[in-house]
Design a protein around this ligand. Structure first.
Ligand code: NDP
Length: 290
């Protein structure tokens, strides 16, 4: 019997991820709240747009929504097929993953928190990194479906561990973003050519994913393309801060960075890419990073 797969939530990530599934599976259901997107996906990529009640009859059900609350609200009204595995690619809340895993297990449905990194380009090229929490046997069963969408796929622990890794990753990216904005503002204030400085730093110990791709591809060229919304980054840094609080740790850099990202988010235009956080520093310093 062949495996049926569904994808719920065809946003910036989901729309691109679901494209790859028909290359590996005969039956691929798609559902989106704005159903026109699901119909368009079906027309363009050979998936099948169905009502959500049918989508959750698949063996492997992917979801990629903005928040864990959105996933919880959606799941509570659904009758999911017994034996199905729900693979949630939302960047979500660890506690919610534990709650959903235990509630769904009562109906013989397994829940994996399986957030991804690699941005929309990684979704397009099926080169995403999956960091997965939950039962190892469910991970093993869902692995071929995840392999259709990603390159590095790791089981990182029990329920909630995947969401925790993702939150900490994005917090670290936010730290690098703030550090790079401050560092390059300082350099420009001292009359340094930013492109030459960037080349030096990218060959030195201060480099990061932000200096290697965000600054040259989004900031210095002033494109700030909307692929990962700033409010979603603020959501992720908030999850990281909650993890710190639960563990009763002292993490001044994380706390400060969350405040900075929240301020940047409150100052930003609606529909701003995460890279626009540097505009907060630009408005404070009256220095443009170009
Ligand atoms: P988008 O805002 O582009 O898409 C969100 C999707 O969720 C849309 O399909 C939207 O449907 C749907 N949706 C929103 N609210 C609800 C709801 N209450 N019920 C049902 N469906 C809903 O987000 P992204 O694709 O950018 O992000 C999705 C997740 O992936 C987030 O958790 C994000 O943090 C994470 N992520 C994003 C990355 C990126 O580069 N963009 C990279 C890695 C992770 P509709 O079309 O009807 O609005």
């Amino acid at each position: 019997m062949s495996t049926t797969v569904a994808f719920i939530g065809l946003g910036a990530m989901g729309y691109r991820m679901a494209v790859h599934l028909p290359k590996h599976f005969d039956t691929v259901y798609v559902w989106n709240r704005n159903f026109e997107k699901a119909k368009q996906h079906a027309t363009e990529y050979g998936t099948t747009a169905v009502e959500i009640s049918q989508a959750v009859q698949a063996d492997i059900i992917f979801s990629c929504l903005p928040t864990s609350l959105d996933v919880e609200n959606l799941i509570q009204d659904l009758e999911i097929k017994s034996g199905a595995i729900w693979v949630d690619c939302t960047s979500g809340v660890p506690e919610s993953a534990r709650k959903l895993a235990s509630t769904l297990a009562q109906n013989n449905v397994q829940f994996l928190d399986a957030p991804v990194s690699g941005q929309t380009i990684g979704a397009e090229n099926a080169t995403l990194t999956f960091m997965v929490g939950g039962q190892k046997d469910a991970f093993d069963q869902a692995l071929p479906a995840m392999q259709a969408l990603g390159k590095l796929i790791k089981h990182v622990g029990d329920s909630g561990a995947g969401f925790a890794v993702k939150a900490v990753n994005n917090m670290m990216m936010a730290v690098h973003l703030c550090a790079a904005a401050e560092g390059f503002t300082t350099l420009k204030a001292h009359g340094v050519n930013l492109n030459e400085a960037l080349d030096c730093i990218n060959a030195s110990s201060g480099k990061s994913g932000v200096t290697e791709s965000v600054l040259p591809q989004r900031v210095f060229n002033r494109s700030f393309p909307l692929t990962f919304a700033l409010p979603l980054l603020a959501k992720d840094t908030g999850i990281a801060v909650d993890l710190v609080r639960e563990a009763k740790l002292s993490t001044p850099v994380i706390s400060l960075t969350q405040n900075l990202i929240n301020i940047a988010n409150s100052l930003a235009e609606p529909e701003s890419d995460f890279s626009s956080a540097v505009k907060m520093y630009e408005s404070w310093s009256k220095i443009t990073l170009d």
